[in-house]
Design a protein around this ligand. Structure first.
Ligand code: TYM
Length: 349
């Protein structure tokens, strides 16, 4: 059975990259898959409290991510929407995976190197083990597909490696218990496929076309936040870095022009138009004309989402009830997996 799982960290400043690379696509996938969307609050605390802001800010951010899911059109009755900390299987399976994954595998993770920075000795153990918790998120539900932005690709590859090693190491036990899946050559966990793609798999900073748009960039001008009002969106797009050449008439001409490529990609993802047709309209013209059209488009598409988010977070009771209901439904699947995993490992129950 095909099942989608994905998550977003509640660490503030939800931006256009999170929306176009992930949340917008979550909503599209609910038409064709059984979907589980998680607010990964246990991942949020892997960094220093200065990054996640402390208990009150964490609560606010959990509700904000939930409101973004709902505002983007995710239906919490049809899909499961919940926060990670409320289903204990995530932490339990992560521990099992800490014992399956090899140090060498984690040492290759580039996100740890970026987030830990120079002071690696002072990074939390949780930040280092982050990818095994992410693998647990996905495999607890034996999800087959995971929509994410380009930056998460390496973590999905690690998830597949963990699934493969678990299936191999415990092959005899899985077979003895009759828990193997013929479609997985007798394995228990699926080899999850990432769903990465489209014109906005990697939205770049508006100030520097070589850096990705990020929640933690100190410059607010580098990103469009989902809760920005129309004036802020307009001024950020107008100030976005560009090069002095006019826009090319063909997509090939965007090569080596990261800022132009980024803005055209954003336009394509927001409008659903191809880059070719956008350049057929705007190619040869000045950036100012294109930017004015992009402002109109962005305000039209993002305005209602930001407005709906603000309306939803004003009623935390409603959001919390949705999360509680989602956690109850997630727990049913998670408990079944954890019971089987414990049997496979040989834990006496
Ligand atoms: P997070 O919270 O950093 O980002 C949430 C989603 O947004 C995508 N994204 C982007 N896409 C395009 N352009 C960008 N500039 C950009 N910035 C962020 C991310 O790729 C992600 O899809 N580790 C994950 C959270 C996670 C998770 C999971 C995801 C935890 N467990 C299980 C999937 C499945 C993260 O830090 O995402």
């Amino acid at each position: 059975k095909e099942r989608v799982f994905s998550g977003v960290q509640p660490t503030g400043n939800l931006h256009l990259g999170n929306y176009l690379g992930a949340i917008k696509r979550f909503a599209e996938l609910q038409e064709s898959y059984e979907c589980i969307y998680c607010v990964v609050d246990m991942h949020a605390i892997t960094q220093d409290m200065r990054v996640w802001g402390g208990p009150e800010e964490l609560k606010r951010c959990i509700r904000e991510v939930t409101s973004a899911y709902l505002a983007a059109g995710i239906d919490p009755a049809k899909n499961i929407v919940f926060n990670q900390s409320q289903v204990s299987g995530h932490a339990e399976l992560a521990w099992v995976f800490n014992c399956v994954a090899r140090l060498g595998w984690l040492n290759r993770m580039t996100q740890f190197k970026e987030k830990a920075g120079k002071d690696r000795e002072n990074a939390s153990v949780g930040l280092y083990a982050y990818p095994t918790l992410m693998a647990a998120d996905i495999l607890l539900y034996r999800a087959t597909h995971v929509p994410v932005g380009e930056d998460q690709k390496q973590h999905i590859e690690l998830t597949r490696d963990i699934a493969q090693k678990f299936n191999n190491d415990f092959a005899a036990s899985i077979t003895r218990l009759g828990l193997g899946d013929a479609a997985l050559e007798g394995g228990y966990f699926p080899l999850t496929e990432p769903l990465i793609g489209g014109p906005a798999a990697r939205v770049m900073s508006l100030r520097d076309g070589s850096k990705k748009m990020s929640k933690s960039d100190p410059s607010d001008l580098s990103r469009i936040n989902l809760t920005d009002d129309a004036d802020a969106v307009a001024s950020k797009i107008r100030k976005a870095k560009t090069d002095p050449e006019p826009l090319p008439s063909e997509a090939d001409g965007l090569k080596g022009r990261p800022e132009a490529e980024n803005l055209v990609g954003i336009y394509a993802a927001l409008s659903g138009e191809s880059r070719e047709s956008i350049l057929a309209t705007f190619g040869g013209g000045q950036f100012s004309t294109f930017k004015a059209a992009l402002v109109d488009l962005a305000v039209t598409r993002l305005g209602p989402i930001g407005g709906e988010m603000k309306r939803l977070v004003a009623d935390p009771g409603h959001i919390d009830a949705i999360l509680r209901n989602g956690a109850e439904r997630a727990r049913v699947i998670a408990d079944e997996t954890m019971g089987q995993v414990k049997d496979i490992l040989g834990f006496v129950r």
